[in-house]
Design a protein around this ligand. Structure first.
Ligand SMILES: C[S@@+](CC[C@H](N)C(=O)[O-])C[C@H]1O[C@@H](n2cnc3c(N)ncnc32)[C@H](O)[C@@H]1O
Length: 355
């Protein structure tokens, strides 16, 4: 997923840097601002037990799939309504189910009625986040997944696999420049392409992993591990507003929405890490609570906390150091008209070896 602050292109830098610091006896990797789950997935593949967390529910769903799911899904109970599944190899069943869901007849549900042109044309705000057809397909698929869960035709693991698949797929069909803070006037090409579910990656391994959906400052003292990797927001832009539609597809809870963009309420998901006046206190509190041997922090040179702030706070727990890498920052389409100061930033990986 094209996600603000995604570390997809920095995975090798992170891995190489981390391995220069840690001892050989590290097995539990905590990724507690997990976002897309790409960092946890990488370390899961390397054999770590991963603990992941994020305050956003769509991110929790993605991590339930990429991190916590680690065995094949057999969709045993679904055979009751899809008997053909019985003759399909277990590893292949998810493809069949994705095809089945992709071919459902669209319905005029919450997404269509509030975020598509056809559903909003007579309302106060017209919105075009998805084509009418994709909005209806999304509603049909989301409704069916929930029905299957309610009727116990799928397990929790299967439920999160299907939801993560839908979130990833619908995001690729969104009619936005990048995030959900605005939609485009004209339907762009990828938004016109019909929504067809592509199964989310399933990383099979022997370890059991854990995923949480909490504010990190609440969670930090409840989990323990060897390595704590922190990748907080760097600036004032709240993830809750930038990805509000993914949150609604994930929760499908008929929220009250308002304004041009159909924003949902997000008071409880406002991150202290996006506030210049609150971030230092929150970060200090987090660093002091962490129950790990090593703490790593990704941050760039334009973030709300200065390099000196970070060094001072992390040094409270032990010996501080950092690595750097020049990095092409996340760039939105020019149509969104953002005024960035620079295209290249320096990405830091700060660390402390806890005493
Ligand atoms: C920079 S992104 C992480 C990106 C992730 N490493 C990746 O590569 O996809 C920051 C994440 O922190 C989450 N977040 C912000 N404040 C949080 C908080 N107080 N507790 C937990 N998660 C939080 C956001 O929802 C967002 O997903």
């Amino acid at each position: 997923m094209n996600y603000i602050g995604s570390k997809l292109s920095l995975l090798e830098f992170l891995d190489e840097s981390i391995s220069k610091v840690i001892d050989k006896n590290c097995h539990v990797f905590c990724d507690l601002f997990a976002g897309t789950g790409i960092v946890g997935s990488y370390f899961k593949k390397k054999g770590y037990t991963v603990i992941a967390n994020d305050i956003q529910y769509y991110s929790f769903v993605l991590n339930k799939q990429y991190i916590e799911n680690h065995e094949h899904l057999n969709f045993q109970q679904l055979i009751k309504i899809l008997p053909k599944l019985k003759n399909i190899e277990i590893a292949e069943r998810k493809n069949f189910i994705c095809d089945y869901l992709s071919n459902l007849k669209g319905i005029k549900g919450f997404i269509f009625k509030n975020y598509c042109l056809g559903g909003t044309q007579n309302k106060e705000f017209q919105r075009q986040y998805f084509s009418d057809e994709n909005g209806k397909r999304c509603d049909a698929i989301r409704t069916e997944i929930e029905k299957w869960k309610k009727e116990k035709l799928i397990t929790n693991n299967e439920y999160y696999f299907l939801l993560a698949t839908l979130i990833e797929t619908i995001d690729k069909r969104a009619n936005t420049a990048s995030v959900y803070g605005a939609f485009l006037k004209q339907l762009k090409k990828t938004a016109q392409t019909p929504l067809v579910l592509k199964p989310a990656e399933l990383i099979i391994n022997d370890q059991k992993h854990q995923v949480f959906n909490e504010d990190i400052n609440e969670l930090a003292s409840k989990v323990a591990g060897d390595i704590l990797y922190l990748d907080p927001p760097y600036n004032h832009r709240q993830y809750a507003t930038n990805y509000h539609l993914l949150e609604t597809v994930a929760k499908y809870d008929n929220p009250k929405i308002h304004g041009k963009t159909g924003l949902r309420e997000y008071e409880k998901q406002k991150s202290l890490y996006c506030s210049r006046t609150k971030v230092k206190k929150a970060f200090t509190n987090l660093i002091l609570k962490a129950k790990v041997k090593y703490i790593f922090l990704s941050y760039n040179n334009e973030g709300l906390m200065s390099l000196d702030d970070i060094k001072e706070i992390m040094s409270l727990r032990g010996k501080y150091g950092h690595f750097t890498k020049e990095y092409n920052r996340f760039k939105a389409d020019t149509s969104e008209n953002r005024n960035y100061k620079a295209k290249k930033t320096v990405e830091y990986l700060h660390y402390v070896v806890v005493k």
